[in-house]
Design a protein around this ligand. Structure first.
Ligand SMILES: N[C@@H](CCC(=O)N[C@@H](CS)C(=O)NCC(=O)O)C(=O)O
Length: 245
């Protein structure tokens, strides 16, 4: 199996954590979506990451990929067994992918970290300020009513926990931390999830990805032990995505 996408993407991290939970081996081409060639665009028509290639099958979208992994491969189930719990887990995955993506990626990580790094100009600071003042607190108020005081949402860690927790890793890279006095359950729950080996095992690779420029990145990741694919869809010049905001 091959994953295309950067270790720093929350959606790639979600898929990699699910692969780790299931004990599945893979190769990775850790490109940033803005630096993808024509082959990347063929595999990912929206020029988004992650992409999964499994033999003759290629899939886009982290939810589609995780559903496929759970149906095609045994090992740790990503969803709970009870139909009502499964439905709630799917809703929380969707809430995370859509709303938390909007708030923590497009509203915070993108303007503060990605936009200046990729396009060499200041990101939308008004949007980032609004995220901190209104959108992020609203997400945290909702999560505080959903997450458990101990353990994970449906017993053992699963897709819903992974989908939620992954965004707080990017939020932290944009210097956002959860105020534990205001949202104590969420702060402890997210810390528990991110400390799980499925996430913690990825940290050295994320750090190698962050501290390098595209030119030296592959070597740094190989030195850190990342299972890099021999071929890459990476290019040197950035290109705007189809869904660019
Ligand atoms: N719904 C998609 C979202 C994927 C996504 O937005 N990935 C971002 C990187 S974190 C991306 O590829 N952005 C490039 C763009 O939108 O141009 C999923 O779950 O995989």
């Amino acid at each position: 199996m091959k994953i295309i996408g950067s270790y720093v993407s929350p959606y790639v991290r979600k898929v990699l954590a699910c692969l780790a939970l299931k004990g599945l081996d893979y190769e990775i081409d850790p490109i940033t979506p803005f630096f993808g060639d024509d082959e990347f665009e063929r595999l990912s028509p929206l020029r988004r990451i992650p992409v999964l290639v499994d033999g003759d099958l290629s899939l886009c979208d982290s939810s589609v990929i995780c559903a496929y992994l759970d149906e095609a491969y045994p090992g740790h189930p990503l969803l709970p067994a009870d139909p009502k719990d499964r439905a709630r887990a799917r809703w929380l995955e969707e809430f995370a992918d859509s709303r938390m993506g909007d708030v923590f990626i497009w509203g915070l990580f993108y303007p503060l970290v990605v936009h200046p790094a990729v396009w060499g100009e200041k990101g939308d600071m008004a949007r980032a300020e609004n995220t901190l003042a209104e959108d992020a607190p609203a997400v945290l108020d909702y999560l505080e009513g959903q997450v458990p005081a101990d353990g994970f949402l449906f017993g053992d860690i699963g897709l819903a926990d992974i989908s939620i927790a992954t965004f707080f890793r990017n939020a932290a890279l944009a210097r956002f931390t959860i105020d534990a006095a205001r949202w104590p359950k969420t702060a402890a729950y997210v810390a528990r999830a991110l400390a799980h080996p499925a996430f913690a095992g990825l940290l050295p690779f994320e750090e190698a990805q962050i501290r390098t420029t595209p030119a030296g990145r592959r070597e740094a990741l190989i030195a850190a032990g990342a299972p890099l694919s021999a071929a890459t869809c990476g290019t040197a010049t950035p290109k705007k995505g189809v869904m660019a905001l």
